[in-house]
Design a binder for this molecule. Structure first.
Ligand code: HDD
Length: 724
C-alpha cells in the first residue's frame, strides 16, 4: 500500500493504493454490512402480509439507517465540482530554485487528483453559471501531499481572510428567501462590491468571458497567492503558480451559458468525463513566475496583495512541466466529494508568503474538513492518503483506520526508542523559511494594498473590442437584476474609477445617472507610481489564445439521402483533426446516404440542442436537406449556432434552409439576416456546387479551430454602440 522506503513514486502509485479499497459487486451475493447473506430485499418483515413491520428486521433497519445518513455537509463554497486523476511531469530540474522532489526529475510521473468547481452554487446547481472556477490540484509527491488550491482567475475579491465570510454571505442566495441560486446577479452581492472596492479587479474578471468557460479543459489555473520556492541552500524566490491549457482558453457566450444550464446542467462534468473516456486527455502546462527576494519592492504593486497580478510581460511565465488528466473516478462520493484540499499542504521546497488572505486560508481548510468529514482522521480516507509513509504520535478520533502498534504515542520517549523521530532537513525534514519579521500587533492593512483600480483598468485596457462588449453586457445583466437603485448607482460610480465609458454604458443599461467622476480622479484611490493606468497586458486577452479544432463537438445535421461522398470526406477530416462529430436527426436509429451507406443517429432535435455543440455541419444531399428544412427545430438549430458565432458548414444546396435560419447567401438584396456573403464571415463555410469535398472539409476544420467568429457579433451590435 504505502510505498516502501527509497522507492520513488510513479503515476500508478496512487492508483494501486486506491486498489485496496475498490470493491466490485459483480456476481456477488448481497449481504448486510455485517457480511450476512440476504435472501429477500423487497419486502420488510411483517406480522402477516398486511400487518405491522417488525423491529427485529435487522436488514430493514440497517438499510434505512445508512440511507438516512448518506449526506455530508456540502462545501460551504465550491460545493459543485468534479474530480479526475492524472499525473504531472516536470520538464527540467528546478534545483536552482526549489528542493521540492517532484520538481527535479523529468522521468518521474507524480500522481495528481484535480477537482474543478464553481464557487457560489449548491452541489446540485448548474455547471455553466457565471462564476469563478476552482482548480484544485493534489500532488501525491514522494515528500508528501502538495495541494495547489487555485481558481481560473488570478486575483481575489478581498485582501484579508477576515472578510471572507462577509464576501460569501453577500454572494450566496439572500438569507430571507434563498434566491438566487448560483448567481451573483442580486442586491447583496453588488452592495458588497460597491462597499468593498478592493474587489474591483476581480469583478472585472468575473464579468468577463473567463467566468463562463467553454470547458474545464480550456481554462487557465492560478495559485493566486505569492508563495516561496526554497532551494537546498535555504535561498528563496517569490513564486506565483499557473496552469496553461494546451487547448487554449475558450468561453461560452452568455446566452448559450444560460440555456445550457437548463438543457444540460452537467455540461462541464460531462465534457470532462467524455474527453477522458475517449482518450482525449486534458493537458495543462505548469507555469511559474519568479521574483528574487531582493526584488520584493521593485514593482508598482505589492507582491503580497492577492488582488494583483504580476503582468506576464513584466515577469514572464516559465512553463516547467505538464499535467495530463487521464482517469475518471470510480465513485464520485468516495473520491471527489471526500477529497480534502488544503492550501497549507506544502512540501519541502515550497513555503508561504505573508499575504494576509493566504495566511487566513491556512486556518480555514482543516477546520472545514472537520465538520464535512466528521473528525480529524480525514487524511486516512483513500483519496486523501499521501503515497509517502505517515508516522507520528496522533491516535484515535472518529473513524480511525490505522492500527498503530506499540506502547508509546508521545515524543520524546525512551520506551519506544524515541520513534517516530523528527529528522534534519538533509533527511527531508520540513524547515520553514527563516524570514525576518518584526512589527507591532495592529489590525491594519498596508498602504501598499490601497490601490484598488490600476490593475482593474489594466485588465479593461487589455481586452479586445468584443471582449469589452461582453463585459458591458455582463454588468448590465448583473446590475440590471439588482432592485436597489442606490446600489446600482454605487456600482456605476465605483466602476467610473476603472473606465468612464464602461461606467456610462452600465448606467445607460440599468437606468441610473451617468457617473461624473473620471478614471484616475482622487476618488479612484491611491494611484501607484508607474502610470500603469494606460498600460495593457496583451496576455490577458483570450483572443490571443491557442486555437485547435481538437475535441470540438460538431452537430452533423442529416437525414435519409445525405451526400455520402461529402459526408465521408468531412468525417475523415474531422477524425484527422480530432473533431468529435455527432449526428442529429429527427429520430434515433439509422439513416441511409446517397450510396446506401448507413449512419447512426446519436441525438434527435428533442434530446439535444444547438447550444451543446461547438459547430454545425448541415450535410449535403437534396433529399436530406429538404427533409431538414421542413423541421422547425432543425432550422432553429442552425439559427442558434449562427447567433452564437459558431462555425456553420453546409453545401450551397442548403441555401433555403440557411435562409430560414437568417443566413442569406450571396444575396445583396437581402434586408434581414446579418450577412449577405460568406466571404465576410470566417465561420460560414459553404461548399459551392463544383468544390471538392476534401477542400470543403479542410476549410470547415480550420473554421472550427477558430472557435467563434466574432466579426459576426460586431456586425450584430448596432453601429452606435460599437467601440471600433
Ligand atoms: Fe477557498 C474551498 C480556492 C480563498 C476557505 N477554495 C476552496 C476550493 C477552491 C478554493 C478551489 C475547493 C477545493 C475543492 O475542490 O475541494 N479559496 C480559493 C482561492 C482563494 C480562496 C483561489 C483565494 C485566493 N477560501 C479562501 C479564503 C477562505 C477560504 C480566504 C477562508 C478564510 N475555501 C475555503 C473553505 C473551503 C474552500 C471554506 C470550502 C470547502 C473546502 O474548503 O474544502 O475552507
Amino acid at each position: 500500500m504505502d510505498h516502501k522506503k527509497g522507492q520513488q513514486p510513479h503515476k500508478d502509485m496512487k492508483d494501486s493504493q486506491l486498489e485496496e479499497f475498490r470493491v466490485s459487486d459483480a456476481g456477488e451475493p448481497m449481504t448486510t454490512n455485517q457480511g450476512v447473506r440476504i435472501s429477500e430485499d423487497e419486502h420488510s418483515l411483517k406480522a402477516g402480509a398486511r400487518g405491522p413491520t417488525l423491529m427485529e428486521d435487522f436488514h430493514f433497519r440497517e438499510k434505512l439507517t445508512h440511507f438516512d445518513h448518506e449526506r455530508i455537509p456540502e462545501r460551504v463554497v465550491h460545493a459543485r465540482g468534479f474530480g479526475v486523476h492524472g499525473y504531472f511531469q516536470v520538464y527540467k530540474p528546478m534545483t536552482k530554485y526549489t528542493k521540492a522532489k517532484f520538481l527535479q526529475d523529468p522521468s518521474i510521473k507524480t500522481p495528481v487528483f484535480v477537482r474543478f468547481s464553481t464557487v457560489a452554487g449548491s452541489r446540485g446547481s448548474a455547471d455553466t453559471v457565471r462564476d469563478a472556477r476552482g482548480f484544485a490540484t493534489k500532488f501525491y509527491t514522494e515528500d508528501g501531499n502538495f495541494d495547489l488550491v487555485g481558481n481560473n482567475i488570478p486575483v481575489f475579491f478581498i485582501q484579508d481572510a477576515l472578510k471572507f465570510p462577509d464576501l460569501v454571505h453577500a454572494f450566496k442566495p439572500e438569507p430571507h428567501n434563498e434566491m438566487p441560486q448560483a448567481s451573483t446577479a442580486h442586491d447583496t452581492h453588488w452592495d458588497f462590491i460597491a462597499n468593498n472596492t478592493e474587489s474591483a479587479h476581480m469583478v472585472m474578471w468575473t464579468m468577463s468571458d473567463r467566468a463562463i468557460p467553454r470547458s474545464y479543459r480550456m481554462m487557465e489555473g492560478f495559485g493566486v497567492h505569492t508563495f516561496r520556492f526554497v532551494n537546498d541552500k535555504g535561498e528563496a524566490h517569490f513564486v506565483k503558480f499557473h496552469w496553461k491549457p494546451l487547448l487554449g482558453v475558450h468561453s461560452l457566450v452568455w446566452d448559450e451559458a444560460q440555456k445550457i444550464a437548463g438543457k444540460d446542467p452537467d455540461f462541464h462534468r460531462r465534457d470532462l468525463w467524455e474527453a477522458i473516456e475517449t482518450g482525449n486527455y486534458p493537458e495543462f502546462e505548469f507555469g511559474v513566475q519568479m521574483i528574487r527576494e531582493d526584488e520584493e519592492f521593485n514593482f508598482d504593486f505589492d507582491i503580497l496583495d492577492p488582488t494583483k497580478i504580476w503582468p506576464e510581460e513584466l515577469i514572464p511565465v516559465q512553463r516547467i512541466g505538464k499535467m495530463t488528466l487521464n482517469r475518471n473516478v470510480d465513485n464520485v462520493f468516495a473520491e471527489t466529494e471526500q477529497a480534502a484540499f488544503h492550501v497549507g499542504n506544502v512540501v519541502p521546497g515550497i513555503d508561504f508568503s505573508n499575504d494576509p488572505l493566504l495566511q487566513g486560508r491556512l486556518f480555514s481548510y482543516t477546520d472545514t474538513q472537520l465538520i464535512r468529514l466528521g473528525g480529524p482522521n480525514f487524511h486516512e480516507i483513500p483519496i486523501n492518503r499521501p503515497v509517502a509513509e505517515v508516522h507520528n504520535n496522533q491516535r484515535e478520533g472518529y473513524h480511525r483506520m490505522t492500527i498503530n502498534r506499540g506502547q508509546t504515542s508521545y515524543h520524546k520517549n525512551s520506551l519506544g526508542n524515541n520513534d517516530p523521530r523528527p529528522v534534519s532537513q538533509l533527511d527531508g525534514g520540513y524547515a520553514h523559511y527563516q524570514e525576518k519579521v518584526e512589527g507591532r500587533k495592529v489590525r491594519a492593512r498596508s498602504d501598499s494594498f490601497k490601490d484598488h483600480y490600476t490593475q482593474a483598468k489594466l485588465f479593461w485596457n487589455s481586452m479586445s473590442d468584443v471582449e469589452k462588449q461582453h463585459i458591458i453586457k455582463a454588468f448590465r445583466f448583473e446590475v440590471g437584476k439588482v432592485r436597489s437603485k442606490s446600489v446600482q448607482q454605487q456600482v456605476v460610480d465605483m466602476f467610473a474609477n476603472v473606465d468612464l465609458t464602461l461606467a456610462e454604458e452600465i448606467a445607460l443599461g440599468v437606468g441610473v445617472t451617468p457617473p461624473k467622476a473620471k478614471a484616475g480622479d482622487e476618488a479612484s484611490g491611491t494611484t501607484m507610481a508607474g502610470g500603469a493606468e494606460t498600460k495593457a497586458s496583451p496576455a490577458l486577452s483570450q483572443l490571443r489564445t491557442a486555437m485547435s479544432p481538437a475535441t470540438r463537438k460538431v452537430a452533423v445535421l442529416a437525414a435519409d439521402g445525405f451526400d455520402a461522398d461529402e459526408m465521408k470526406a468531412v468525417l475523415a477530416a474531422f477524425a484527422e483533426a480530432k473533431v468529435v462529430p455527432e449526428v442529429v436527426s429527427e429520430n434515433l436509429g439509422m439513416i441511409a446516404g446517397s450510396d446506401g451507406s448507413r449512419l447512426e443517429v446519436m441525438h434527435t432535435f428533442l434530446t439535444s440542442d444547438s447550444v451543446l455543440f461547438d459547430a454545425v455541419y448541415v450535410a449535403g444531399g437534396e433529399k436530406s436537406i429538404a427533409k431538414l428544412q421542413g423541421i422547425k427545430e432543425a432550422v432553429n438549430f442552425v439559427t442558434e449556432a449562427y447567433n452564437h458565432f459558431k462555425t456553420v458548414g453546409a453545401s450551397a444546396q442548403a441555401a433555403g434552409l440557411l435562409s430560414g435560419s437568417g443566413i442569406h447567401l450571396a444575396d445583396p438584396a437581402a434586408t434581414s439576416g446579418y450577412l449577405t456573403s460568406p466571404d465576410e464571415d470566417t465561420g460560414l463555410v459553404i461548399r459551392k456546387e463544383t468544390e471538392d469535398a476534401g477542400v470543403f472539409a479542410r476549410q470547415l476544420v480550420d473554421a472550427i479551430a477558430m472557435h467563434r467568429h466574432w466579426g459576426r457579433e460586431m456586425q450584430m451590435i448596432p453601429p452606435a454602440k460599437r467601440t471600433d
